[in-house]
Design a protein around this ligand. Structure first.
Ligand code: PBG
Length: 329
């Protein structure tokens, strides 16, 4: 064949593929989500094989092993005892609560580790919603924001580097920025869950924290998964309100959203490979149906290629280990 242009020349050896590769994953891209609980034992999570709910001491060992692998950022998700859950979610801003104690413990031992906290009421709310529920069942936007501000200040006081509102109320980024600044926390960043979709992929996470809504669903605040333009509207608002970083969640089924956001903002973009995405890979691998290590790296590379700068993933340690081992691709 007279074929002067042959793209395969750029794929002819591993070294040439390395030279031509556009996207390289690194352990420093990852944010490792950690589930925490009170109590004396670390507990394996039945709905998320390979994950644990860590007690206060256990979490330090887990952070240490992540740091050893080059992962420098964690995000905390607490499982709160039922007796502490109330309609107004007062435990969400208890300075002696589980989250502030774990933040302080991590920062005391690993000052350089980036500690991110989830700002939302669902672990603390007896209704299981991210916001305060009115008598008629509706989620009260502005009332919720008052509590979220107290929660963010509580986390900042304990030493959090980044607060991350995952509640999807309107106007919360601007309110959090103002509340943090007023309290002298000008250096604390906001990583906003900008485009958080009402997704069935969160199912295993809610099992892990026992945080599913007691009635109704989250569709009046989380986004309709059929919508793309709406994500850009949310991104413009979050940026104007002072967000430092934007997030798309879930990741794998929303790569187009990451890409569209990448084209319209200069802010760093995070993507969350959520519990359902993790379990789809884990369970298929456990059944012997696909190669876990290869699919971990392929799924994360795809998310980065779509435009994410950082990725929240339960595979953070596994992926970092694989990258350290220079797995050939
Ligand atoms: C709640 C929150 C959820 C997740 C992170 N923060 C669940 C929800 O919105 O119901 C999901 C994470 C995952 O599925 O891995 N504020």
């Amino acid at each position: 064949m007279n074929l002067p242009i042959r793209p395969r020349r750029n794929r002819k050896s591993s070294a040439i593929r390395g030279l031509c590769r556009e996207i390289t994953l690194s352990a420093s891209d990852f944010i490792y989500p950690l589930f925490i609980q009170e109590g004396s034992d670390n507990e394996p999570i039945a709905s998320m094989p390979g994950c644990h709910r860590w007690r206060v001491e256990g979490v330090l060992g887990e952070v240490d092993s992540a740091v050893q692998l080059g992962v420098g950022a964690v995000v905390l998700f607490p499982a709160i005892e039922d007796s502490l859950k109330t309609p107004k979610a007062a435990e969400s801003h208890n300075p002696d609560g589980l989250v502030p104690r774990v933040i302080a413990a991590i920062k005391a031992r690993f000052p350089e580790v980036v500690v991110i906290t989830d700002v939302a009421l669902d672990p603390y709310n007896s209704d299981g919603h991210d916001g305060i529920v009115a008598k008629d069942g509706r989620i009260k936007n502005d009332k919720t924001i008052e509590v979220l501000c107290n929660q963010a200040i509580c986390h900042a006081n304990a030493g959090a580097d980044i607060v991350s509102p995952s509640d999807m109320m309107d106007g919360r980024v601007g309110a959090l920025r103002q509340a943090l600044d007023t309290e002298g926390h000008k250096e604390v960043s906001i990583l906003s869950y900008t485009a958080k979709y009402a997704s069935a992929y969160y199912g295993p996470f809610r099992g892990a924290l026992d945080s599913a809504p007691k009635s109704g669903d989250k569709k009046t605040y989380q986004m309709d998964y059929a919508n793309g333009r709406e994500a850009l509207r949310e991104a413009a608002l979050d940026e104007a309100e002072g967000a430092d970083m934007l997030m798309v969640k879930p990741a794998g089924a929303y790569l187009d959203i990451i890409w569209r956001m990448r084209e319209t903002t200069s802010l760093p973009i995070a993507a969350y490979q959520v519990s359902g995405e993790y379990l789809m890979i884990k369970s298929a691998a456990a059944a012997g149906w696909l190669d876990e290590e290869k699919v971990i790296l392929e799924s994360l590379t795809g998310i980065k290629r779509a435009g994410a700068d950082m990725i929240l993933t339960y595979f953070a340690k596994d992926a970092a280990r694989l990258l350290g081992g220079h797995l050939a691709i």
